[in-house]
Ligand binder design. Structure first.
Ligand code: ZN
Length: 276
């Protein structure tokens, strides 16, 4: 079933479908089932696989998502370039609701997520991954980032170029103290799903870029009651149309032949398992 898609789009909270004319396929992986089926369609001459990160009915909280299965499923369908939009809280006053920020850095503050394929556990086929440590200094594909920035700009939505996405375990939102601390570090936005997606993409040699849509000011940056899930979904819903347009246009800007270094992430290291 390989080569059915080239580009993967992972929909976040409030984003459960992407293209209208799709073929639904179910994919199993050595790590279990992904969040949902893959929805395959064509856009700008490219074959795209959409995967709703939380499931199409939003039944999976961020800490229960099988990130390994999701990224493996995309790659096994042929995907090599991934765009991962997600809803985030702004850690600065100037990053209010409706801000689109394309991060260039990531801080992992999750606590209980498997974030590697190279964990010494045998796969069902008996193969055992080797111990591998990959470079992750720059967690995002710069080509993918530029495609997103340029698409947003052409759509009249001036996105913030760069910044640090802090990923917390959730599912609760941050306390004011945590939020003040995140802001004091100079980090830009805070979310719950950006990690380990990017790290797993790197291990599979995939290009990965994140598009963060600010749905609220985080607890330390606002003065009201704090963040609510209803508010997040409402603001995401208001912006999902233009976010979809940016993604459409970004897909068209991703190069058919990759010249970035993402595919070389393993750099000749033997993973010990066969990547799909
Ligand atoms: Zn790349």
């Amino acid at each position: 079933m390989s080569e059915q898609a080239e580009i993967g789009v992972i929909g976040g909270s409030g984003f459960y479908s992407f293209l209208d004319d799709v073929t639904e396929i179910t994919v199993d992986t050595p790590y279990g089932a992904p969040s949902d089926s893959l929805f395959l369609g064509e856009l700008a001459g490219r074959r795209v696989a959409f995967l709703p990160r939380h499931g199409r009915k939003h039944h999976l909280p961020p800490h229960r998502i099988n990130y390994r299965a999701n990224m493996w499923a995309l790659r096994s369908a042929g995907v090599r370039q991934v765009l991962g939009p997600c809803a985030v809280g702004g850690l600065r006053q100037e990053y209010g609701p409706g801000t689109l920020l394309i991060p260039d850095q990531l801080v992992d503050r999750t606590k209980a997520r498997v974030q590697t394929y190279f964990d010494g556990e045998a796969l069902p086929d008996g193969s055992v991954p080797n111990v591998v440590h990959l470079t992750f200094a720059d967690p995002y594909c710069e080509t993918g980032r530029q495609a997103c920035l340029s698409a947003a700009r052409e759509d009249g939505w001036e996105a913030v170029d760069g910044g640090t996405l802090c990923v917390v375990e959730g599912p609760r939102f941050s306390t004011r103290a945590e939020s003040h601390w995140h802001a004091a570090q100079g980090w830009s936005v805070v979310g719950m799903t950006g990690h380990p997606e990017a790290a797993l993409a790197r291990e599979l040699g995939l290009c990965y870029a994140s598009l963060t849509l600010v749905t609220d000011l985080d607890a330390g940056a606002e003065t009201g009651e704090g963040v609510s899930h209803e508010e997040v979904l409402r603001v995401f819903g208001e912006n999902v149309g233009r976010l979809r347009k940016v993604l459409f246009d970004a897909v068209g800007k991703l190069p058919a032949e990759r010249s970035c270094s993402c595919s070389e992430a393993l750099g000749g290291l033997d993973p010990g398992i066969e990547l799909p």
